[in-house]
Design a protein around this ligand. Structure first.
Ligand code: ZN
Length: 216
């Protein structure tokens, strides 16, 4: 098998006391990643400063909805999904990656038609945005001490992993440095971009693989 390649993503932040720690570990390890932030958190100046710091340090800032309340594919009221996406994009502003990265809320990390509704798809297309999914969820929030071992096994089992972690105050991120070191000890490498199989919409253009992620 070729050397496994791993892309790290951090969802649901920024979070004071945690995001700083994650940024310090990433800098020390010389790894760049993507932070999929919540618009509701960017409204807070302290959290906004953390997003700016991440952006300045070479990480990509992506959109992970405003409220993270309901998966967009479960929403039927018109205007809600559009606002969840575009209000957050407005708060991200100049920190946005040129591809305008968006990650839907998966509710425990499941992939399926609950991720997007038709309005969300139209919003992403019309605004030339990019939908970034994932292929590994080590459930760091549920197992703050055991996730790193799970994640290592997931990364070593695939040539190309997009891993979902969370910069939230669970204690899980204490193990980030050791996890990165373990991946490298096993021959793995880190990269910042996303493989096509995790990107069903790129700069507004949808691939044939979009249907499994959109509610009827
Ligand atoms: Zn999330």
């Amino acid at each position: 098998m070729p050397r496994p390649e791993v892309t790290l993503t951090f969802d649901n932040g920024p979070e004071p006391g945690v995001t700083e720690q994650v940024l310090a570990v990433l800098k020390q390890a010389n790894v760049t990643a993507t932070f999929f932030v919540l618009g509701s958190k960017l409204a807070d100046p302290v959290r906004r400063r953390l997003a700016r710091q991440a952006h300045t340090e070479g990480h990509w800032i992506g959109n992970h909805t405003m409220t993270h309340r309901r998966p967009l594919g479960t929403i039927t009221e018109p205007g809600v999904a559009r606002a969840e996406i575009l209000d957050t994009e407005a708060l991200i502003g100049a920190m946005a990656h040129p591809d305008r990265l968006f990650r839907p809320f998966g509710r425990g990390g499941d992939l399926g038609p609950h991720l997007l509704n038709q309005e969300a798809v139209e919003t992403l297309k019309t605004n030339s945005m990019t939908c970034v999914l994932w292929n590994a969820i080590p459930r760091d929030w549920a197992d703050p001490d055991g996730w790193a071992e799970v994640a290592l096994a997931q990364c070593l089992a695939h040539p190309r992993t997009v891993l979902v972690l969370h910069d939230l105050p669970t204690g899980a991120m204490r193990h980030l440095g050791n996890f990165i070191a373990a991946v490298r000890q096993h021959g793995g490498t880190f990269r910042q971009d996303f493989p096509p199989e995790c990107v069903p919409i790129r700069r507004g253009a949808a691939s044939a693989a979009l249907a499994p992620y959109v509610s009827a």
